[in-house]
Ligand binder design. Structure first.
Ligand SMILES: [Zn+2]
Length: 225
């Protein structure tokens, strides 16, 4: 993947939701101008990377966290410990500042990891979602390409407005939480009816669904300049 002419790429680590225990939790590897960003690190993500002897365990630059549910941070502590004690590296974490306080209570001492506000990075910004706890998706962009990863959230007008504005004329790739469970509207995931109620047709037709049992997204799913 190095020396590639593509400045923004997305690889799938997993697309499962909390209850899809036979799948790897939803997690993506975003390459942004040579920076390797792991988006979310749920309860079976570190075991998956370890079993694969994935180069990411060594080469990772940033872990981006959407929210503090187990299927998004469940193996983050193990990842941080592994990188500190085995690889010999400190792990950098970025997330919306609103979840930092709670994240700190979950993580080990800050001497082995550090936090950077997304505003420190050119081409990274969080987008507020609506979930049962605070949850923030991520937008990644270059001059010509754009990626949105929703994290767990219902469809909201704020999301469409924010994402559409930032994506503008760029080559855009949108990944959105989608649940097939009835009752998901109460537990704050996007369902078919919630999607069609909140989003315009033009927007929801562009969405690639993940965080469910049916998602078949795998490998490198987006390459943009
Ligand atoms: Zn969640």
């Amino acid at each position: 993947m190095q020396n590639s002419r593509f400045n923004l790429k997305v690889e799938v680590i997993g697309t499962g939701g909390a209850f899809n225990t036979d799948k790897t939790n939803s997690s993506f590897l975003v390459h942004l101008k040579g920076t390797k960003i792991l988006v979310d690190c749920g309860y079976n993500v570190f075991p998956y990377l370890k079993q694969k002897k994935h180069s990411l365990l060594d080469e990772l630059d940033i872990v981006a966290i959407t929210h503090l549910d187990d299927d998004h941070i469940g193996s983050l502590r193990s990842l941080i410990f592994y990188r500190w004690f085995i690889v010999g590296k400190k792990t950098t974490i970025t997330a919306n500042k609103k979840i930092l306080k709670d994240l700190k209570t979950f993580l080990p001492k800050e001497s082995i990891w550090n936090y950077k506000n997304p505003s420190n990075y050119k081409g990274i910004k969080t987008v507020r979602g609506e979930h049962h706890i605070d949850s923030f998706g991520f937008m990644f962009w270059t001059k010509k390409s754009f990626v949105y990863i929703s994290g767990d959230t219902k469809a909201t007008k704020h999301i469409e407005k924010t994402v559409t504005k930032k994506a503008k004329t760029k080559d855009a790739f949108l990944l959105h939480d989608y649940s097939y469970y009835s009752g998901s509207e109460q537990i704050s995931h996007m369902t078919e009816s919630n999607m069609k109620q909140c989003y315009t047709k033009g927007f929801y037709e562009e969405l690639n669904f993940y965080h469910n049992e049916k998602s078949s997204l795998s490998g490198c799913i987006f390459k943009g300049v």
